[in-house]
Ligand binder design. Structure first.
Ligand code: FAD
Length: 305
């Protein structure tokens, strides 16, 4: 009842029925192509719409789950109760002044990397090929091939869950391996600023090409996944431990440890979240047995079983 009232109120607050959906299957909004329905899904196109959505949900006592491009998510088969607030398309302004670049949270981080490279700026080349939004990348401190968001992020503009906005200069302790203070404090990332450097000798352009080639050769990019399933343990790469335990190709239902990259669980067709979680548990148990290392999930698991 509360959810239906919140849905009606959101329809009138946002004023566009294409951006306020009822019982929306989350497999349409995750790179894994897995996930039961969100009771309500809102596609916010501005900070005001995010604030309106939070206010409606607060007034009706309905929980809000914030997502970006859904590329680091496993949504469980029972779906997500309450409202899923997607910060994405329509929230995509980018402004640059010299080496200082400010962008809204919905910008695809890979597009931002390409755009800054084409302006002769280095610093975000590691992010070429990361399929999420800038907001998701800041929350996760996304990184690859020796670079990470923390290397050049200087400031974040955010909204708290009561709709208050603020900004914070980013210090060393604010971001760590696949974590950020913004995630710890439940903040919503609105915009981020980076200070990049001149790519004087074209090194960053070249590096981006190398990274693109490595991704195409080593990652199962043509099969649905959420990227690396597990965090990198202190002793090296999760994929090496999984491979060494002989687990490439291991399956539960439609979920499989990728034959190409053991660090990815892929959806070979019709996988459920239950399949993925059972497979992840089996991988964890067998890696622990083989190497003594406990793997931790990197993907975020949301929703009801
Ligand atoms: C093929 C493939 C390759 C990948 N390679 C990499 C890689 O090299 N390195 C890497 O780090 N990751 C990689 N990923 C994982 C993923 O792309 C990143 O974690 C990305 O940063 C997630 O962004 P997103 O917009 O998809 O966020 P989502 O997956 O939608 O959400 C991730 C988390 O961020 C939160 N969130 C998202 N947007 C906001 C916002 N605006 N405000 C507050 N919270 C928010 C969500 O609540 C959730 O907790 C890969 C994924 C795939 C499918």
């Amino acid at each position: 009842m509360q959810t239906e009232r919140a849905y009606q109120a959101l329809l009138s607050a946002i004023g566009d029925p294409k951006r306020v959906l009822r019982d929306e299957p989350m497999d349409r909004h995750t790179s894994f192509r897995i996930g039961g329905p969100a009771d309500v899904m809102v596609f916010a196109g501005s900070a005001d719409e995010i604030a309106d959505t939070l206010a409606v949900c607060r007034a009706h006592g309905v929980p809000v789950t914030v997502v970006g491009n859904g590329t680091n998510l496993l949504v469980r088969d029972g779906g997500i109760r309450g409202v899923v607030l997607r910060v994405g398309k329509g929230f995509c302004r980018v402004a640059a002044e010299g080496t200082r670049v400010r962008a809204q949270a919905g910008v695809p981080v890979s597009a931002l990397a390409n755009q800054t490279l084409s302006k002769g700026l280095a610093g975000l080349e590691f992010a070429c090929g990361i399929p999420g939004t800038l907001g998701g990348a800041v929350m996760m401190n996304a990184g690859a091939y020796g670079g990470e968001i923390a290397d050049c992020l200087t400031r974040v503009w955010y909204m708290d869950r009561s709709g208050g906005t603020g900004t914070r200069a980013v210090g060393e302790e604010d971001l760590g391996y696949r974590r950020s203070v913004f995630a710890d404090e439940g903040l919503i990332v609105l915009e981020a600023e980076f200070v990049l450097r001149e790519d004087e000798d074209g090194w960053a352009q070249e590096r981006a090409r190398e990274i693109g080639a490595k991704r195409s050769a080593k990652q199962p990019l043509n099969v649905p996944s959420a990227g690396s399933t597990f965090k990198r343990p202190a002793c090296g790469y999760a994929s090496r431990l999984i491979d060494a335990a002989g687990l490439k190709g291991l399956r539960v239902g439609g979920a499989q440890v990728s034959e190409l990259h053991a660090g990815f669980i892929v959806n070979t067709g019709g996988a459920t979240a239950k399949d993925v979680l059972e497979l992840a548990d089996a991988v964890r148990a067998r890696v622990k047995e083989a190497s003594g290392v406990g793997l931790e999930l990197e993907i975020k698991v949301l929703g009801e079983p």
